[in-house]
Ligand binder design. Structure first.
Ligand code: ADP
Length: 482
């Protein structure tokens, strides 16, 4: 199934990232302007206060002055009250757009400059405090100082500065921000786009390689995105591990199908041959017909058992979750199963069993599967055991963590080199092929032991007999568990 191609992850990430960045930068721009404005205005007010305070010391009163002083063209003298005011040449009537004027108590200008003197008449004098007044839509800061030295009564110094003095600085900050911030955004977006291309390239590679593996149905291929340990390399490793598993199970499945067909072919050919022989004979005797039917019945049973075993083993492998586990007493299970098996003892073989009587042996397992395991092992002991011999089942616990279930016979035994292979599916030792076994019994035993977290071993000597031992994890009793 192919999906319609939408926006790539890379485009989506870049879009989201850009939108986010634009919002952040816009907020930053306004915050920068606001804070700068605050700082600049506070600077303007400070310079106003500073200038006026400076000028306060530049005015002095003299009741009388000498001719020499008057001739001094540096300082400025003006009549006031009964004497003179000396306005020092350091008096700053206009500096950095801060205007200072000497005013009379009624607000009228006495000396100095004030570009908006006319409009500020109504603003009352307040000593030592910055006031604000609006003239023609422009805000002005006003700072007044009452002169209190002797002879200066009734005089005020008024400083005025327009709020706009800081506007020039603010405009340049704003211009700079409007150039710098979008450039940074652009740079970040281009950088993000390039980085995301680099980072996400392996995804495209993985997707392409998976598609190739799918199209070519070549499970041997592996994804190669180079060295690395990041999430994408981990993803590629996971894919490769999955292909490995698929490859293995695919091969195992093919092997199973071919083995199964092979195993079914023999009884089928026997049945076919029997049918042909029986049909060739126009008037077979009742005995001949019966013989043929018996052969057919035997081979059909063999096929039926083979199919049952195949279904069981496949079910175990593919749907092991269907087998629920519970805490069960293995001693009891061995007791019950062996009692039944003893009744159907083949080859005149005696079955004895021995389970610990003092304590129950609890395992966490599935009773149906564990019964099956024991039935298969005892079934083999009957089948390959000595005629009139003895099969012994034993359940032992060692350190309380593990228990061992062994099935010992005194039969034909298994050669050393065969011992490794008898747990393979469909494997039968030469000479056993004629038996009615399917070659799946021990594979099933191994599978069940593994399903329970355990294992199975064999010890055997040709002509003397074999012992199969299954090791399983024991559980503490349900009561202790509570
Ligand atoms: P089968 O259905 O042929 O018994 P199994 O998987 O149970 O298949 O056993 C595989 C082979 O291992 C058998 O064909 C037999 O040759 C050998 N085998 C299994 N159990 C015993 C035993 N107790 N004694 C001797 N040989 C055995």
């Amino acid at each position: 199934m192919t999906r319609r191609r939408g926006l790539s992850i890379r485009a989506k990430i870049t879009l989201w990232f850009s939108a986010f960045l634009v919002v952040i930068v816009a907020i930053t721009y306004f915050v920068v302007l606001f804070v700068s404005n605050q700082v600049i205005q506070s600077g303007v007010r400070d310079s106003l206060v500073e200038t006026v305070e400076h000028n306060v010391d530049e005015i002095e009163y003299y009741a009388s002055i000498s001719e020499d002083d008057l001739a001094d063209d540096v300082d400025y003298f003006v009549n006031y009250g009964n004497g003179f005011l000396e306005i020092d040449d350091d008096f700053l009537d206009e500096i950095n757009e801060v205007y200072t004027s000497l005013c009379l108590a009624d607000g009228s200008l006495f000396y100095g400059e004030n570009p908006i003197q006319r409009d500020l008449g109504e603003v009352a004098f307040v000593d030592g405090e910055v006031q604000e007044a609006s003239v023609d839509g422009i805000t002005y800061y006003i700072y007044d100082r009452e002169l209190t030295d002797e002879g200066l009564d009734g005089l005020w110094l008024r400083g005025v500065v327009s709020e706009e003095r800081g506007a020039v600085q603010l405009t340049s900050i704003s211009k700079l921000s409007l150039i710098a911030l979008p450039s940074l955004v652009l740079l970040a977006i281009v950088g993000g786009w390039l980085i995301s291309r680099r980072t996400l390239r392996p995804i495209q590679q993985i997707s392409d390689e998976v598609a190739q593996i799918r199209e070519g149905e070549d499970l041997n291929r592996r994804i190669d995105i180079g060295e690395g340990t990041d999430e994408l390399h981990q993803l590629a490793d996971q894919f490769n591990a999955m292909f490995e598993r698929l490859d293995e199970s695919f091969a195992a499945q093919q092997q199973f199908v071919s083995d199964a067909s092979h195993e079914l072919r023999t009884p089928l050919s026997v049945i076919l041959v029997q049918c042909e022989l029986a049909l060739e004979d126009d008037s077979p005797s009742a005995e001949e017909a019966r013989e043929a039917l018996e052969v057919i019945q035997r081979q059909s049973k063999k096929m039926s058992r083979l199919v049952d075993d195949m279904l069981d083993i496949t079910r175990m492998e593919l749907h092991s979750e269907r087998y629920e586990k519970e805490t069960l007493d293995l001693g009891e299970l061995v007791d019950d199963t062996c009692s039944d098996l003893a009744l159907i003892g083949e080859n005149n073989i005696t079955l004895t069993w021995d389970v610990p009587k003092e304590l129950p042996v609890y395992v966490h397992g599935n009773s149906e599967l564990l019964t099956r395991l024991l039935v298969n092992l005892v079934g083999n002991a009957y089948r390959y055991g000595q005629h009139g011999g003895h099969t012994q089942v034993k359940l032992m616990t060692d350190d309380g963590e593990w228990c061992r279930l062994s099935v010992k016979d005194d039969g034909i035994g298994i050669a050393d080199d065969e011992q490794k292979r008898i747990f393979d599916r469909f494997y039968q030792v030469d000479g056993s092929r004629s038996s009615d076994g399917s070659g799946l019994g021990l594979a099933m035993v191994a599978e069940i032991a593994e399903f329970h977290g355990g294992s199975v071993q064999v010890e055997s000597e040709l002509g003397k007999g074999s012992t199969f031992t299954v090791t399983l994890h024991t559980e503490i009793s349900p009561a202790e568990n509570d």
